[in-house]
Design a protein around this ligand. Sequence first.
Ligand SMILES: [Zn+2]
Ligand SMILES: [Zn+2]
Ligand SMILES: [Zn+2]
Length: 251
Amino acid sequence: MIIDFLGTGTSTGVPEVGCTCKVCTSANPKDKRYRASVLITVEGKNLLIDCGPDFRSQMLIRPFAPLHGILITHEHYDHVSGIDDLRPFCRLGDIDLYVEHNVKNALEQRLPYCFAEHKYPGVPNLNLVEITEDKFIVEGVEVLPIRLMHYRLPILGFRIGGFAYLTDMKTIPEKEYEKLQNLDVLVINALRREEHISHQSLAQALEQVARIAPKRTYLTHMAHSMGLHNEVEASLPPTVWLAYDGLKIEI
Ligand SMILES: [Zn+2]
Ligand SMILES: [Zn+2]
Ligand SMILES: [Zn+2]
């Protein structure tokens, strides 16, 4: 399995428009973060997790290949607003988006033309496949949803084999920890050093890492206020790293 980090930034991206802080003006490419998303290649299938506003830019710098399924964590703009840009991929065939019931409703309201009975020519051919907390199969690949709480909003993380992707969450319901045992790689969100109402701080993410005890951990969904990539990474425990755009890891 290969995990390709398309984006590792919070909802504003890094740099933030108009900001002149040392992170936003850093020359290090690792301090530039598109909105959070990963492309997973497993058993010859390409699965995308989330499709945000930078999706087009993220795909322009990668070889063009079919997408075999898209897993959506939740309906916030930074995770779904690239869906219209799936059009070139839909020329290779319809694409299934795996979504919870409330996310399905939100997408049908926001992108009614994509799901109309009689579609305008050229709109993306997408199917909304409703999922629950039960495991499901995408083109032969088993995916286990993990319930997460984004403050009061229930959202999903996903586990595929020894890999789990948990973004935008503040807390994990107690019953979900058993789904996170024996991980090779955990990707988990850490917004910044200071606390935030709906996202984990760096310290909170590291507490989760200590409890879940994966072999390797990569942090994602970071704001500019996390600090410079190289400085923050130097302060982390030995099996924890900051993800960065373009990072590829193999499991
Ligand atoms: Zn987000
Ligand atoms: Zn800044
Ligand atoms: Zn969110």
